[in-house]
Design a binder for this molecule. Structure first.
Ligand code: NAX
Length: 326
């Protein structure tokens, strides 16, 4: 009998959900010998649309696709799951400030954290819905039954964007770029750390000698890429975000051949002089089946430390805004 894995995807009727669900069902993530059962959670108004997506997934006749269930109740959707991909959240409306968005989405992650507490203690939860770092902090704070280390917020899209930009600039294939890590918040303060990265095994700064480009253009392109996509497409990044989520699940599940990658995890007060209690993107290595360890030997220049302190300050401010939800 084939092994089974049950994955909950919230916001399954949204843009990211529409790309993500098919790739999960296709066998690409968990392999050809694992059946993937999908629990899709949506708002009541969007459950019908999610059911339409479920019909299309069925129509793909993937060998690895198991049951597909659509719910508008988080407790039911999270029952018996191994992975929770928390994508659904309210998008920023006209005239809304970042703090308004943080406050409007916060309660959702309180209730989803509580629903996850009833699911299973060894599940892995990935928060994609923005502001994802702070939403992950809210969810894990309301879910004491699941270890905090089983929660992460996705900065893999930022890492992929950074990797692609360095590869383009250096004129190499993307797989030649390694150790490119995003520090901090998934926001315009994130720090894509070119100083610790390598291209073809050499330090990036030796391959791309234009330090001004690295310090200014490169960082700015990565930080503002999401806004640039919105300006061009009229909608936020969706297929690339789903693809990054697939990469992150694969990395966490299989270990990525011992390679370093970025994801945002709860700080313990011991890593890189960061304060305790923030969900902060750091270099990690996966140990498989969702577990990981933070890589502690990255060297940080004064330039990097300055950038990291800015993104840290932003996360501390966000934490203050939702302190009543923790
Ligand atoms: P959409 O607006 O297309 O879809 C969101 C879906 O979530 C909708 O179908 C909505 O009905 C559903 N939803 C809202 N509240 C819900 C709840 N309480 N329970 C279940 N479902 C709920 O947005 P989409 O483009 O798919 O983006 C989803 C989220 O990802 C947004 O918050 C977006 O900002 C965030 N992103 C995060 C990225 C990252 O790298 N971490 C990058 C892409 C994206 O911007």
């Amino acid at each position: 009998m084939k092994k089974r894995v049950r994955v909950a995807v919230t916001g399954g009727a949204g843009q990211i959900g529409y790309s993500l669900l098919f790739r999960l069902a296709s066998g690409e993530v968990f392999g050809p010998s694992v059946i993937v059962d999908l629990n899709i959670l949506e708002l009541p108004i969007a459950v019908k649309s999610a059911a339409g997506t479920a019909m299309e997934i069925t129509d793909c006749a993937f060998d690895t696709c198991g049951e597909i269930n659509c719910y508008d109740d988080a407790t039911k959707a999270f029952d018996g799951i191994n992975w929770a991909l928390l994508v659904g959240s309210t998008p920023r409306g006209p005239g809304m400030e970042r703090n308004d968005l943080i406050m409007s989405n916060g309660p959702l992650f309180v209730s989803q954290g509580k629903a996850l507490a009833k699911a299973s203690s060894n599940l892995m939860a990935i928060v994609v819905g923005n502001p994802c770092n702070t939403n992950a902090l809210i969810a894990l704070s309301n879910c004491s039954e699941v270890p905090s280390s089983r929660f992460t917020a996705m900065t893999m899209l930022d890492e992929n964007r950074a990797k692609a930009q360095l590869a383009l600039k250096a004129g190499v294939a993307v797989d030649q770029v390694k150790n490119i890590v995003i520090w901090g918040n998934h926001s315009s303060t994130m720090y894509p750390d070119f100083e610790n990265s390598t291209i073809n095994g050499k330090p990036t700064t030796e391959v791309i000698k234009d330090r001004k480009w690295l310090e200014n253009d490169f960082i700015s392109i990565v930080q503002k890429r999401g806004a640039e996509v919105i300006a061009a497409r009229g909608k936020s990044s969706a297929a690339s975000a789903a693809s990054a989520c697939i990469d992150l699940v694969k990395n966490l599940n299989t270990g990525k051949g011992n390679e370093v990658f970025s994801t945002a995890v709860l700080t313990n007060g011991e890593w890189y002089n960061l304060p305790k209690g923030l969900v902060f993107s750091l270099p990690v290595k996966a140990k498989g089946q969702g577990s990981y360890e933070v890589v502690e030997n990255f060297k940080l220049s004064n330039f990097a430390k300055e950038k990291i302190s800015l993104t840290c300050k932003e996360l501390e401010e966000e934490k203050k805004v939702i302190s009543n939800l923790l």
